[in-house]
Design a protein around this ligand. Structure first.
Ligand code: SF4
Ligand code: SF4
Length: 69
């Protein structure tokens, strides 16, 4: 089980993680964060493989991935 979290406070909506995700499960949310950006959200947590490509791509450390054993 993989749990992916995006800290909306740090997301600047650059979209790099969306491009990086091979499963194409990251997308911009419709709402704006407090900085005026559309933060990224995960559309399908169960499809996430925990590959960490989004995590290593994010320049702002906004993504956290937790893998349960
Ligand atoms: S960990 Fe991999 S599969 Fe999961 S959202 Fe990030 S890039 Fe996509
Ligand atoms: S790479 Fe980071 S800052 Fe850019 S959209 Fe994704 S979570 Fe937000």
């Amino acid at each position: 089980m993989v749990t992916l979290t995006v800290d909306e406070h740090y997301c600047k909506g650059c979209g790099l993680c969306i491009v990086a995700c091979p499963k194409e499960i990251l997308q911009f949310a419709r709402h704006l964060n407090e900085q005026g950006y559309h933060p990224v959200t995960c559309l399908d947590q169960e499809a996430c493989t925990g590959c960490t490509l989004c995590y290593v791509t994010c320049p702002d450390g906004a993504i956290t991935i937790v893998k349960d054993k």
